[in-house]
Ligand binder design. Structure first.
Ligand SMILES: Nc1ncnc2c1ncn2[C@@H]1O[C@H](COP(=O)(O)OP(=O)(O)OP(=O)(O)O)[C@@H](O)[C@H]1O
Ligand SMILES: [Mg+2]
Length: 239
């Protein structure tokens, strides 16, 4: 059974179809890359999948449960969580407290939440600065904090929205290794990313959105060689 099924999802903002009849599914344990030009509807699709927006049409099924109408916190408790393209940590709180906010989706015990949060800080290699105020973190650490906070909710499916955006090559490489490590642990992931070399390395399959519509779906090599994808997005062939 697919862990996630997206069937004919459309999202309209007035006359604009930000998503138009998008369908695809994900198997447990895989990494799905989601790519496409700016404004293609990638973030909107994350919003529709995770309950931030109700889809205008179509349906989303997670582990066999139809999600339409569920709120993001309910979707999160079912085991699906996303990170935000524009990271906004709770600036005045410490790194650890920020991650505890995620953990509190799973437990009402502060002690348990603290332990769960510390575990996730280790996963993203930020365990050395739990008391640091989140507002003062450089971008690389903010992105990792965002992932740790999402992981603390104990997801089975993690949706990452441009988690490498604005990072230098060394920081991006660290994120790639983290994503691959999470895959090894069995976490299913959907990854929005503009860096084609990165997306080709990590993805089992890739969906391409263009002007709200699904333009193509396939393996990384197949997508990189697809003339429609090259014309709409890549501009040139990626080796
Ligand atoms: N809340 C909203 N109200 C009105 N229009 C919106 C809203 N959210 C997104 N849009 C529009 O929907 C389209 C898709 O936007 P979206 O943010 O999903 O694109 P994206 O693929 O994530 O782009 P990027 O790569 O730049 O992040 C854009 O034209 C955008 O302006
Ligand atoms: Mg976006």
């Amino acid at each position: 059974m697919a862990i996630l099924e997206i069937k004919h999802v459309s999202k309209f903002f007035g006359g604009l179809a930000a998503n138009s009849d998008v369908s695809f599914s994900m198997e447990q344990g895989m990494i799905m890359g989601l790519i496409g030009p700016n404004g293609a509807g990638k973030t909107t699709l994350f919003n529709c999948i995770t309950g931030y927006y109700p889809p205008s049409k179509g349906e989303v099924t997670f582990k066999g449960t139809r999600l339409n109408g569920l709120q993001p916190d309910q979707v999160c408790r079912l085991g699906m969580v996303r990170t935000w393209q524009k990271v906004r940590p709770l600036a005045k709180l410490s790194v650890l407290d920020n991650v505890m906010v995620g953990a509190l989706a799973r437990t009402s015990s502060l002690k348990v939440a603290r332990e769960l949060a510390m575990e996730q800080l280790k996963v993203v290699r930020m365990e050395h600065k739990p008391e640091f105020p989140a507002g003062g973190l450089p971008i690389g650490d903010r992105k990792k904090l965002e992932v740790a906070r999402a992981l603390a909710t104990k997801p089975e499916l993690l949706l990452l929205d441009e988690v490498m955006g604005g990072l230098n090559p060394a920081e991006s490489e660290e994120i790639i290794q983290l994503i691959l490590e999470l895959k090894k642990r069995g976490l299913t992931q959907m990854v929005i990313e503009h860096d084609m070399k990165a997306i080709m390395r990590i993805s089992d399959r890739i969906v391409v959105l263009n002007s709200g519509e699904k333009l193509a779906e396939g393996g990384p090599r197949e997508i990189a060689d697809n003339p429609d994808v090259i014309a709409a997005y890549l501009g040139e062939r990626v080796e």
